[in-house]
Design a protein around this ligand. Sequence first.
Ligand code: ADP
Length: 202
Amino acid sequence: MTYRVALTGGIGSGKSTVAERFAALGVAVSDADAIAHQFTAADGEALPAIAAAFGTEMIDANGALDRARLRRRVFADPAARRQLEGILHPLIRARMFEETEAISAPYALLAIPLLFETGQQALVDRVLVVDVPEAVQIARVQSRSGLDPTEIKRIVASQINRAERLAAADDVIDNRAEASRLAPRVAHLHRAYLRRACQQND
Ligand code: ADP
């Protein structure tokens, strides 16, 4: 069985940046956001269920999901949002497990932004949290995407709070310093995960 390490953290904490560092060491990374995108791209497997639940007008002229339209539809409607999650999350989970089962490396990294919010922490062997203070999240997301701080704060507030996330972590990467400082910490965790994966498979 592949040893599975979940990589999570709030918006803008540095998950993608950390995932790239692990990938550079040869680690297989499975990315929940990328998979969600595949399922909702043109002819994506989630589209029939989404069209059945929310109407065929959610599919654009190219046969892909009209993301902006669906976002508006579920934005202020918790029941609709849950329905959408009920369609997407089981598909994403299954695909991540398929992808990581198929690898030959000892362990896989599963990048799952909403790991705790979707109650998936029990499905993995280890949880790695990337952490920065909220002010850093806001500043970095703002310079990445140009979203305004109010909108970023709304997203941060919709995610599990920092203290709870840290309390539930097995390992934490403090990403306050510049990204070039990540290398030794990532290398250290990589060695630890290789050891744990080998122990599991003994
Ligand atoms: P996430 O995937 O958690 O949303 P990203 O890895 O995309 O976060 O990081 C958010 C933004 O901050 C990106 O523009 C990224 O390049 C930048 N960033 C990540 N880590 C650092 C760091 N240590 N110092 C400065 N900028 C960083």
